[in-house]
Design a protein around this ligand. Structure first.
Ligand code: AP5
Length: 204
């Protein structure tokens, strides 16, 4: 199963991908997570990506494309993968094509902008387990509150910039894949379990 997950920031891609990769036994490849790991490790690529991420802007295509091509060439991707956050521009989609990477499905998770802002601002993640929480919608246990991380780009201002980037640069890739009959649109509003059920039905 070679799958792509598209949706605005905070649509629930990471939350749902964690559930799907367990079911399909494929690696979850999140370009955002890869960049955050590079920022934490202080690599030259991480330092460059950090400038864009903090501002809510997309990292330049040439940086992302090389990183993803290397990752999907690794042996654990031989049976498939779930790409979360890539491609995010038409040139990135074209690069995947040019590399001869065939796809089975493109899942588009749809959520309105105003709900997105509240999901993003309230998000907290656990650096020890990778678990994603929300202060209101999925509250973390009180005993782990002090170790939770609030992403630097999870401010309302950066979130609105990220939404602009999604509408201007990422949504044009949906017709690109629709023309190939690969797109399944899923309503991302509702509880995480309800959304998982809709995705499962869409993939059946
Ligand atoms: P990335 O990490 O990919 O961020 P994103 O696409 O903005 O998506 P998020 O991780 O913010 O949200 P999500 O959809 O995974 O939502 P989640 O499940 O956490 O990218 C970050 C940055 O990296 C980019 O801005 C860019 O700079 C750079 N970058 C990455 N890839 C790139 C590329 N290809 N090209 C260029 N630059 C790139 O859920 C959000 C919150 O909502 C959580 O708190 C969760 O608990 C809650 N929630 C989830 N589902 C529900 C539900 N059903 N009901 C209620 N709450 C819910």
């Amino acid at each position: 199963m070679r799958m792509i997950f598209i949706g605005p920031p905070g649509a629930g891609k990471g939350t749902q991908a964690a559930r799907l990769v367990e079911r399909f036994a494929i690696p979850h490849i999140s370009t955002g997570d890869m960049f955050r790991a590079a920022v934490k490790a202080g690599t030259p690529m991480g330092k460059e990506a950090d400038r864009y991420m903090k501002a809510g802007q997309l990292v330049p295509d040439e940086v992302v494309i090389g990183m993803v091509k290397e990752r999907i060439a690794e042996p654990d991707c031989s049976e498939g993968f779930m790409l979360d956050g890539f491609p995010r521009t038409v040139p990135q989609a074209e690069a995947l094509d040019a590399a001869g990477v065939g796809l089975d499905v493109v899942l588009v998770l749809e959520v309105d902008d105003e709900l997105i802002v509240s999901r993003i601002v309230g998000r907290r993640s656990d650096p020890e387990t990778g678990e994603i929480y929300h202060l209101q919608f999925n509250p973390p246990p009180a005993e782990i509150m002090s170790r939770l991380v609030h992403r630097k780009d999870d401010t309302e201002e950066a979130c609105r910039t990220r939404l602009g980037a999604y509408h201007d640069q990422t949504s044009p890739i949906i017709p690109f894949y629709e023309a190939r009959g690969l797109v399944k649109r899923v309503n991302g509003v509702g509880s995480p379990d309800e959304v998982t059920a809709r995705i499962t039905a869409a993939l059946a």
